[in-house]
Design a protein around this ligand. Structure first.
Ligand code: ZN
Length: 378
């Protein structure tokens, strides 16, 4: 009876009614991130009566979050965001079963976590996690509601590979690292989170109750300065690497590498120890003695390689097993596909005492582009 009172404004909408409200109560929805988009999404999903709400979030509340992450308050500063969000949800609607995943989403836990939910709401703010969410959702056949915000602009869509395009159909490749600033670097109008987050919740509720036309195959583009919403058709790409006719991605990949995200440790190691592909060519031409190590995987090495390189996959350097095979009397030059994995391996090598080792900026792709365009790329 309490529930009838609580949800009465839903129950009197003929298209929702008791049946729709029961569907919401039986639904299990996961929100990835309890930040800018996750805040309004979780609050409205809770208020709407979604029975089980999961939160994946590893971060803690910072004062700079409060300008837009309205699920957290002043007294939550320093507290894990997942816990703070769960407390707010319980205050909004104690009937919601809140499941906290106080962890960063990664390749090892994504299937296990996603597997517990019917629908995913993506409130992530970085490309590596965004591609991870997409790929895992497609591989599991689950729908997810995507949103993104920056300054005065926002976008949202529903990706469900069985009924329409996926995120990769729209954005096959992430932007080059540093090209697109994050909200931390470029700023975001706080209330934009509500505009896009509310579209995401609206779509989630439509999908769960079966009401209306879901935003599958359409991209909503919001411009707060012009105050316009546009809906753009997005088609499924038959050549999509993940959901196309001949997919080349059949499992999770290395998303940090794919998105060119270099760890702080790797960045530090690479500072002053990075050479260009042209400089590597000069070293060859000058007859310099060095040991060129390709840290990619065997399959990549088969596609294209820099002549004279020795294959030692990154993992064997990171776990130390390959260190004994490396020569002590020559400089070691590392390279990978694009320069991310080699920077990581470089940090490990330097820590192991190979102080003068360097890596090649842009990897084998830079070598192909600047030195030998006749070689294949991938
Ligand atoms: Zn696709």
């Amino acid at each position: 009876m309490d529930e009838v009172r609580r949800y009465s404004r839903h129950l009197i909408i003929p298209d929702v009614a008791m049946d729709g409200q029961k569907r919401l109560k039986n639904a299990r929805v996961l929100c990835v991130g309890a930040g800018g988009l996750g805040s309004p999404a979780l609050m409205y999903l809770a208020a709407a009566g979604v029975g089980t709400l999961g939160i994946v979030e590893f971060d803690t509340v910072d004062e700079s979050n409060l300008q837009r992450q309205i699920i957290h308050g002043q007294s939550d500063i320093g507290r894990p965001k997942a816990e703070s969000a769960a407390a707010t949800i319980r205050e909004i609607n104690p009937l919601v079963n809140v499941v906290i995943h106080n962890t960063a989403l990664d390749n090892d836990n994504v299937f296990e976590i996603f597997g517990q939910y019917d629908l995913i709401v993506d409130g992530t703010d970085n490309f590596a996690t965004r591609y991870l969410v997409n790929d895992a959702a497609v591989l599991l056949g689950k729908p997810y509601v995507w949103g993104s915000i920056y300054r005065f602009d926002g976008q949202a869509s529903v990706f469900w590979a069985e009924h329409g395009p996926c995120y990769r159909c729209l954005y096959p490749e992430p932007p080059p690292p540093g090209m697109v600033p994050s909200c931390a670097e470029g700023g975001v109008l706080g209330v934009l989170c509500a505009s896009i987050g509310s579209i995401q919740v609206t779509e989630a509720i439509k999908l769960l109750t079966g009401v209306g036309e879901p935003l599958v195959g359409r991209l909503m583009v919001y411009d707060a300065l012009e105050m316009t919403y546009r809906s753009v058709k997005v088609r499924k790409d038959p050549d999509c690497a993940l959901c196309g006719e001949n997919p080349t991605i059949t499992g999770l990949i290395d998303y940090d590498d794919f998105c060119g995200a270099v760890s702080a440790e790797a960045q530090e190691a690479a500072d002053g120890a990075t050479i260009t592909a042209a400089e590597l060519k000069e070293m060859f031409d000058a007859g310099k003695e060095f040991y060129l190590v390709d840290v990619r995987e065997q399959a990549e090495y088969e596609i294209v390689r820099i002549p004279g390189s020795v294959l030692i996959p990154k993992g064997e350097i990171l776990n130390g097993s390959a260190l004994a095979t490396l020569p002590q009397d020559r400089q070691i030059v590392l390279h990978c596909k694009s320069g991310v994995r080699s920077a990581e391996a470089l940090a490990a090598l330097k820590a192991a005492g190979f102080k003068d080792s360097v890596h090649v900026q842009g990897g084998v792709l830079a070598w192909v582009n600047t030195v030998d365009p006749s070689l294949p790329t991938y």
